[in-house]
Design a protein around this ligand. Structure first.
Ligand code: OXD
Length: 303
């Protein structure tokens, strides 16, 4: 069975090796071909940011695997023919990493860790104020694999934590009003784009913090900057951005209340992701419908 692989900005060699290992271990008989601009007669495509020509040339495809949890970039390219099911990664080892990143960002906030930076800037004061006994309320936007792992992790550390999703029936405004640390773990869809704007930030208690590990375009950049400048928000920790890489002159880079990290919270782990793809391929080959697989993308919902 031929499979075409187009890894975009990711490592072709890394994916080829991991997939070859996972296919061998799962007993999937695959002839894995890197996309080289001409049709291979492939039955499946495994892709990250693929070129449109791939789908024009590979006319025998049965399904497309997305080498990431988020399909916003793939759907925005509008290159996958509507008849083809898309399967995305679900967790695949990323959820614990995202949860760890969020817990670290929260610990940094609750302990005021930035005060103790190395010399010459940091405070050298043993008696610096102790953290408050009362833990802040953590609100997680998005209750998929990532959001659920974050909720579980923060709850384990005793934080009062709640999750919100568009389908959960809870009013966003009411949810924001009882959230001291807002964690954005949303996919980017038509419904979540620009969700966190000036109006949303105004619902948060004064002094709240924002952590974004979802997608950059769920936040309106100018409104976040205004909320920080007005003192409505205390800090923002951002791992994802509307445009990536974040352009050199972007005001986020130099804002004193913003920590920018370059989309490093949870790099896709090739090994576990390849195992997940091999398993899904096996199921498809056995006749299981793509829509019954865990990572099947509902294109109208956008994830
Ligand atoms: C993903 C990501 O979508 O790394 O997997 O952001």
């Amino acid at each position: 069975m031929k499979i075409v692989l187009a890894t975009g900005t990711m490592s072709a060699q890394g994916w080829r090796d991991a997939l070859a290992r996972a296919f061998a271990a799962a007993g999937v008989d695959a002839d894995l071909r890197p996309w080289e601009g001409h049709p291979a007669g492939a039955r499946y495509a495994i892709v990250w940011l693929p070129p449109a020509e791939l789908f024009a040339a590979e006319t025998q495809l049965r399904a497309v695997f997305n080498l990431g949890a988020g399909v916003d970039a793939l759907l925005a390219r509008n290159v996958v023919p509507p008849r083809l099911p898309i399967i995305r990664l679900v967790d695949a080892g990323m959820a614990p990493r995202i949860a760890e990143y969020v817990c670290f960002a929260i610990a940094r906030i609750t302990r005021g860790l930035d005060r103790f930076a190395p010399p010459p800037r940091g405070l050298r004061d043993w008696n610096a104020s102790r953290p408050r006994d009362e833990l802040p309320r953590v609100g997680v936007l998005g209750t998929g694999a990532m959001g659920s792992a974050i909720l579980e992790a923060v709850a384990r550390f005793g934080y009062p934590a709640a999750g919100w999703s568009r389908r959960g029936g809870v009013q966003l405004d009411a949810f924001l009003a009882r959230t001291d640390i807002l964690v954005d773990a949303l996919p980017l869809t038509g419904e979540t784009r620009d969700l966190l704007d000036r109006r949303a930030f105004a619902q948060l208690p004064r002094g709240a913090h924002v952590i974004n590990v979802g997608r950059g375009a769920t936040i309106v950049d100018e409104d976040l900057l205004a909320a920080l400048d007005e003192g409505r928000l205390t800090s923002a920790t951002l791992d994802v951005f509307r445009v990536e890489p974040l352009p050199a002159g972007h005001p986020f880079w130099s804002h004193p209340k913003i920590t920018v990290t370059p989309h490093l919270a949870a790099p896709t782990p090739y090994g576990p992701a390849a195992v997940q793809i091999a398993e899904a391929l096996k199921q498809l080959e056995r006749g299981v419908e793509a829509r019954d697989l865990p990572g099947h993308v509902d294109r109208s919902a956008g994830y």
